[in-house]
Design a binder for this molecule. Structure first.
Ligand code: FES
Length: 676
């Protein structure tokens, strides 16, 4: 007997054999391939679209042709006439299997809303959302059967969608009868169920077919807040917006915000209001950009470091200001948009990822979800470089996390010519090791400063300062060119060789640009970077000690800053441990990606909730070896670590033996010149 046709779904690669005549949607469901359906297979929502991939798929032993799927049926013809169906597209609830098939499940089933494609966010996230739109046709009232309208709606959900124990949000009761009659007994219910063990709740009801549902994923950073509006039905990002965290006016860094709360009776409430208002502004913006109503936002996921997490939820963060850094809640938090005064659908849900520890937050949990060190065979180091760097180190065997207070130096604060990344800021730097002449690029101009046309091109923006990624580069290049000693001293003996080295009181500076604005890198600037990078490296090294390893296999740099720094320069500075350069990568906003994963798939929520309980938390400040690692890490790249892999890729300056005077006596001379 010939076997049943083989059906392979792409991009998931899931496959199985199905009897001739099986609806393609049923085949997908059986294999756990997510294909959206709002109308429950009635052929009216158009959400279940698929395409037949035609051709010989030798690897899978499948010859797939459009003859192997049923001819256009009545439902498809009707849908195509009313709403139009792109050539090649089929409604999987209508089309049936007639032979071997390779089926593409497209990500862009846009029925109404416009879709924005973002290069940085092309990761395909399989959907299993906590909120589903379910179209039902409800039985009309009958004097013989006095079941209420709401009850008959719940019966319809059970019959058509197998939702057994649903309840209705009581806020919907006053309007439900009108909604049912407006829809002539056909309505779409938004049903929320996050955990299988919890009761499903109808959070909104619309008359007729309501074919749009959105979610919001938000990363609340200490400096910036970034929001994505995502279609729950296609998984696509529809709009993106970002804003400066208005809490900055209460304090630049986290601890100053905690102090503000401690010193001001209304401080906590003011900061909670500020962050929620900023998020409300972002919601308005993404809704406008996406051309949608904010009432169509039905679910949301928020991540942030522990202090941002607490302030957003309205929790006093004072306990996080000192040991034992007690979190009010470490597990995932589920609440509603209404409880947090957020302008979404009145029934919209809010989910916050768990915090890992009192100083490693839900943002680090989200980055862990996105990069999955816990599933890696190799030892992976995941670092989110910010004012408070969050560090996760691990593999399948074991995962550890810590944070390091790096301060704002990497973001350009504390640096004399530092500035935020904006047009006119220097973003790339190279220094000739012979002449010590620099060349650089600025944001907004594609040319290097020594190329023809640069001066004219830069006229519009000016050359205004150095942004974070360039601070790393300029200090690393100064070291590679011999301007800096391994102890981070600007070597004054090279003054005779280059006018770029200038005396600056008792120390020396490097003149990067002499124009309308004089841009110099001072000894204090170098010190600030050394302190920040030493804090980060010491935190990483401490985790490596705890893990009992002396190297890592891969490094992922997350966060806005991590995305812009060149891994080579980060390693030359000794910001990150020695590693094959090809195995160091920038992963962009991993916390934001993790938040979106948790928005689109409930399994991701369960998996990170479980992983977080297994992560070992290390409090770096309390570890005696932190100081020792910190002192060694003040040197470039490090006083004792060999950085041999880096040395294979980059020509590092010769190491001086300890007996040799540093910088041809620069340090002693500096001491001698200090009479006052
Ligand atoms: Fe709605 Fe197929 S499931 S059209």
């Amino acid at each position: 007997m010939a076997s049943d046709p083989l059906v392979l779904f792409m991009p998931s690669g899931k496959r199985g054999r199905f009897a001739i005549g099986t609806p393609v949607l049923d085949a997908a469901r059986e294999l756990g391939v997510y294909v959206e359906s709002v109308c429950g297979g009635r052929g009216i929502c158009g959400r279940c679209q698929v395409e037949v991939a035609e051709g010989q798929f030798a690897k899978h032993g499948i010859t797939s042709t459009s003859d192997h799927i049923s001819a256009f049926g009545a439902k498809e013809t009707r849908y195509a006439e009313k709403r139009s169906l792109k050539p090649g597209r089929r409604l999987s609830c209508s089309a049936t299997v007639q032979g071997d098939l390779v089926i593409d499940v497209p990500m862009d089933v846009a029925v109404n809303a416009q879709m924005v494609r973002k290069a940085a966010d092309t990761r395909i996230i399989e959907r299993d959302c906590a909120v589903h739109l379910c179209y039902v046709e409800v039985e009309e009232p009958d004097m013989e059967k006095p079941l209420g309208d709401a009850d008959r709606l719940l019966v319809a959900l059970q019959t058509d969608w197998d939702i057994e124990d649903a309840s209705l949000d009581p806020r919907l009761l006053p309007t439900l009868q009108k909604t049912l009659r407006d829809g002539s007994w056909a309505v779409t219910a938004a049903v929320h169920r996050d955990r299988e063990t919890e009761r499903a709740v109808v959070i909104d009801v619309w008359p007729g077919l309501h074919n749009e549902g959105y979610g919001l994923s938000v990363d609340i950073g200490s400096t910036t807040i970034a929001a994505n509006l995502v279609s729950l039905l296609s998984g696509r990002i529809v709009a993106t917006a970002g804003a400066t965290n208005p809490q900055i006016r209460f304090g630049e860094d986290l601890m100053s915000r905690v102090s503000y709360v401690m010193m001001n009776p209304d401080g906590r409430a003011a900061m909670t209001t500020a962050v929620r208002e900023a998020i409300a502004g972002l919601i308005d913006q993404v809704c406008e950009d996406g051309g949608i109503e904010s009432t169509d936002i039905l679910d949301s996921v928020f991540v942030g470091n522990p202090i941002m997490h607490h302030l957003f939820l309205g929790i006093d963060p004072t306990e996080l200001g000192g040991a034992p850094f007690a979190l009010a809640v470490s597990g995932a938090v589920s609440t509603t948009a209404t409880a947090l005064d957020l302008p979404m659908n009145a029934g919209a849900r809010v989910y916050m990822l768990p915090c890992i520890a009192g100083h490693v937050g839900a943002d680090a949990a989200a980055a862990t979800l996105a990069e999955a060190p816990q599933e890696s065979d190799d030892l992976m180091l995941l670092v989110d470089v910010g004012t408070n760097a969050e560090i996760v180190l691990g593999s399948k065997a074991r995962v550890m996390a810590a944070s390091s207070p790096t301060g704002p130096a990497f973001e350009g604060a504390e640096i004399s010519c530092g500035q935020r990344a904006a047009p006119g800021a220097i973003e790339r730097v190279r220094i000739d090791p012979i002449t010590l002449e620099p060349r650089f690029r600025i944001i907004g101009v594609d040319l290097w400063s020594d190329e023809d046309g640069f001066a004219e091109a830069a006229e519009e923006t000016g050359i205004t300062g150095i942004c974070g990624s360039a601070i790393i580069e300029v200090v690393a290049e100064m070291f590679l060119a011999g301007v800096l000693t391994e102890d981070g001293i600007v070597d004054g003996t090279r003054m005779a060789q280059s006018a770029r080295i200038v005396a600056d009181g008792r120390t020396f500076s490097y003149l990067l640009h002499d124009g309308a604005q004089r841009i110099v890198v001072t000894q204090n600037d170098v010190r600030a970077i050394q302190l920040a990078k030493a804090a980060l490296y010491a935190g990483i090294r401490l985790l490596m000690d705890k893990m009992g390893v002396d190297h890592v296999d891969t490094i992922r740099l997350a966060g806005a800053f991590g995305s812009f720094i060149d891994p080579k320069y980060a390693m030359v500075l000794g910001l990150i441990p020695d590693c094959d350069l090809e195995r160091v990568s920038a992963v962009g906003n991993a916390a934001g990606t993790g938040a979106r994963m948790a928005l689109l798939n409930r399994e991701h929520r369960r998996s990170i909730e479980d992983v977080v309980t297994r992560i070992e938390k290390i409090e770096t400040a309390l570890e005696p070896r932190f100081q020792e690692h910190f002192v060694h890490a003040m040197a470039l790249p490090n006083k004792i670590e060999p950085f041999s892999k880096l040395a294979e890729a980059v020509k590092l300056p010769e190491r001086r033996t300890p007996a040799e005077p540093v910088g041809d006596g620069e340090t002693p001379r500096r001491r001698r010149r200090r009479p006052r």
